[in-house]
Ligand binder design. Structure first.
Ligand SMILES: [Zn+2]
Length: 187
């Protein structure tokens, strides 16, 4: 039972809750903003427990390799310093949250917040023993981040109600992959 609440040696890892991934943005995920009350409740629980809060953000240079103009799979989105790259205004991040930029390399994309960001080292430095993951999009960056968290050796929980997929089928497959890899799905 205690296991179902956030503890002081947990980290809450919030993936890419940025304007461009929410309705009205450049790469909107259906109901991407509908998760905000749940995410904010998780942040409050993490704060009460004294757990580390981490927020990743897609942080692309203007001509990023992942953009369609360069043959990539995505429209232009989350360009450094532009309003679309800002966290959604309703996201209540604590001031002491650890921010992890990703997707800022020109040669390749980084879906996972662990991909060449030193996040695993930062979590170990903070003596984190377990990781909770939520955010956008469930079948892309949340999936990659949650799988990498497991691969880095952290028991990992994925909060399904605090995530939304690009496609429903992709979301279901992501949960299945994560579960098969040993992750635990929270409602
Ligand atoms: Zn991106």
């Amino acid at each position: 039972m205690q296991d179902d609440s956030i503890r002081s040696d947990d980290a809450l890892l919030i993936v890419d809750i940025q304007n461009d991934f929410c309705p009205g943005g450049a790469l909107p995920i259906a109901e991407g903003d509908a998760i905000l009350p749940r995410v904010n409740a998780l942040i409050e629980a993490a704060e009460r427990a004294g757990a580390l809060v981490v927020a990743s953000r897609d942080w692309h240079p203007p001509e990023h390799v992942s953009f369609a103009a360069r043959g990539g799979p995505w429209p232009r989105h989350c360009v450094q310093g532009e309003p679309g790259a800002a966290f959604h205004p309703a996201l209540r991040l604590p001031e002491r949250a650890l921010l992890i930029p990703k997707g800022d390399r020109d040669d390749t994309d980084q879906y996972s917040a662990f991909d060449r960001t030193s996040l695993a080292e930062a979590l170990r430095r903070h003596a984190v023993r377990r990781v909770w993951v939520c955010g956008l999009a469930l079948d892309v960056c949340v999936r990659a981040t949650a799988l990498d968290s497991l691969a880095a050796g952290f028991p990992t929980l994925l909060v399904a109600s605090a995530s939304r997929p690009v496609t429903e089928a992709g979301g279901a497959a992501a949960l299945q992959d994560f579960s098969r890899a040993g992750g635990r799905i929270m409602a």
